[in-house]
Design a protein around this ligand. Structure first.
Ligand code: E4P
Length: 214
């Protein structure tokens, strides 16, 4: 499974990349706003850190607006993927953009028919949102398993990005479900990589080595 970083924090992405863990990056308007820096500059900096797909989202709501924005975003770097919301207008845009060879990530997917429609429209990536489904008491993993099964049954090419990831359990279960990608907030990488018994083990090794070499 690939790891994307769900963030526009350039320093965090750089630090995670130094451990060889960045296969791509996802952003959305809220993530960009949180960083408070220029959108274009931020995306271009991220594209210099990773050669993997970097999702930048459109803000227009009409297909024509999204297509124009997408063409502009795709110019910023060859690894920019245009993130498009799962709406009827969004799918019109995806259908046109896929024919133009512009890669898309259809976001805000919450059920199987939305996923299937995005795939059929030509989405390069689909982003089912786990955490937000769980927030309303729905099991997000049913959706991930269904997406995996549909793509495998029909041989579709779209890749599944498990999004709205909130815990290391989510990451583990996405891998077990055969999800292509988990997009993970930087803070969660810290939880994924540390364990109290690892720390305790290192302390013990240091102590024993010190005794031995005294
Ligand atoms: C990524 O593509 C999504 O925009 C992101 O994972 C959403 O996460 P959230 O539900 O925690 O805002």
């Amino acid at each position: 499974m690939k790891f994307f970083v769900d963030s526009a924090d350039v320093e965090s992405i750089q630090a995670i990349n130094e451990m060889g863990l960045v296969d791509g990056v996802t952003t959305n308007p809220s993530i960009i706003a949180k960083e408070g820096k220029d959108f274009e500059e931020t995306i271009k900096k991220i594209c210099q850190i990773t050669a993997g797909p970097v999702s930048a989202e459109v803000v227009g709501t009409k297909a024509d607006e999204m297509i124009e924005e997408a063409k502009e975003l795709a110019q910023w770097s060859s690894n920019v993927v245009v993130k498009i919301p799962m709406t009827k207008e969004g799918l019109k845009a995806v259908s046109v953009l896929s024919k133009l060879g512009i890669k898309t990530n259809v976001t805000l997917i919450f059920n199987v028919t939305q996923a299937l429609s995005a795939i059929k429209a030509g989405a390069t990536f689909i982003s089912p949102f786990l955490g937000r489904l769980e927030d309303i008491g729905t099991d997000g993993f049913d959706l991930i398993h269904s997406c995996r099964s549909i793509i495998d049954t029909f041989g579709y090419k779209s890749e599944i990005i498990g999004a709205s990831v909130r815990s290391i359990k989510h990451v583990e279960e996405l891998a077990l479900a055969g999800c292509d990608i988990a997009t993970i907030p930087p803070a969660l990488f810290d939880n994924m990589l540390t364990h109290p018994l690892t720390e305790k083990g290192i302390e013990q090794f240091e102590k024993d080595w010190e005794q031995f070499t005294k």
